[in-house]
Design a protein around this ligand. Structure first.
Ligand SMILES: O=C(O)CCC(=O)C(=O)O
Length: 263
């Protein structure tokens, strides 16, 4: 199911879009089962799994859904690579707040570019911590200053000062299971804590146009020199459509077992 011209225009204007397409019920059920298997009894994974492919490559198949790829092609162009999938688990009563932030502060992608699909595995409401977007905040095409947060109960420990958001136009993403939003890398977003008795899980898929370079050498340098906890040094890239336009992307790094963690 393709995006309409109006939806593509809306994506560029607001920084995100909620497409008509939603995952079929069978796929949602399979994903929920696979996510439960990945989490097991691990309380950390129940909150957040930043790099799902590191644990199980079967998750890659979900990201190859041709409907998803058609929409990404409309927004990012014909040549792009999948490079990550994360789980935001928001467990019942204990699902932590995510402060206002942008993605990509330390991603080793030059020029910086990524189109993300955020997919709800459960209904999202204001009470269970739906995702919230600051409309149009992607337009400056720069990463705003992120500060270390004093409140350590939040999922991310850095964020944008809420004073900077002010009275901006905030959109609450209220979705049914299987519905999704696609957003631009520069959009400011966050979510409140989950105050309900049910989990609000979502997965996020990252696709990068291959006009950009995922620089594994830069990733190693960032990991060695900066105070970051995500090591992208062996992040596998999957060419999902077209060709490697910039000619520098390495589609072999991280595809061996060495690049994977024990689940
Ligand atoms: O799912 C959430 O609550 C937060 C998601 C998020 O921050 C992200 O996709 O970067």
């Amino acid at each position: 199911m393709m995006l309409t011209e109006a939806q593509v225009a809306q994506y560029h204007r607001d920084g995100f879009i909620v497409p008509e397409y939603r995952l079929p019920q069978k796929t949602i059920e399979a994903l929920r089962r696979d996510v439960a298997g990945l989490i097991g009894n691990d309380s950390e994974k129940r909150q957040f799994v930043p790099t799902m492919f590191d644990y199980d490559r079967k998750f890659v198949e979900y990201a190859k859904d041709p409907h998803l790829l058609d929409m990404i092609e409309q927004l990012a162009g014909p040549d792009f690579a999948l490079w990550n999938m994360s789980l935001f688990g928001k467990p019942a009563r204990d699902g932590k707040k995510v402060p206002w932030h942008q993605d990509g502060e330390y991603w080793p992608i030059r020029p910086m570019a990524t189109t993300r699909i955020w997919i709800a595995l459960h209904e999202t409401t204001r009470e269970n911590g739906c995702l919230r977007y600051v409309c149009g905040s992607h337009k400056r095409r720069e990463i705003f200053q992120h500060h270390e947060a004093e409140d350590r109960s939040m999922l991310l420990h850095y964020g944008i000062d809420p004073g900077e958001i002010g009275s901006a136009d905030v959109f609450d993403l209220l979705l049914q299971p299987g519905q999704m939003a696609i957003h631009d890398i520069y959009i400011v977003h966050g979510s409140e804590a989950n105050e309900t008795d049910k989990a609000r899980q979502a997965i996020v898929l990252n696709y990068m146009p291959t006009t950009s370079h995922f620089d594994h050498t830069l990733a190693a340098k960032q990991f060695a020199e900066m105070d970051i906890n995500f090591d992208h040094t062996r992040r596998p890239l999957f060419l999902t459509r077209g060709v490697d336009k910039c000619g520098h992307n390495d589609f072999e790094v991280g595809h061996d077992k060495v690049g994977m963690r024990a689940a």
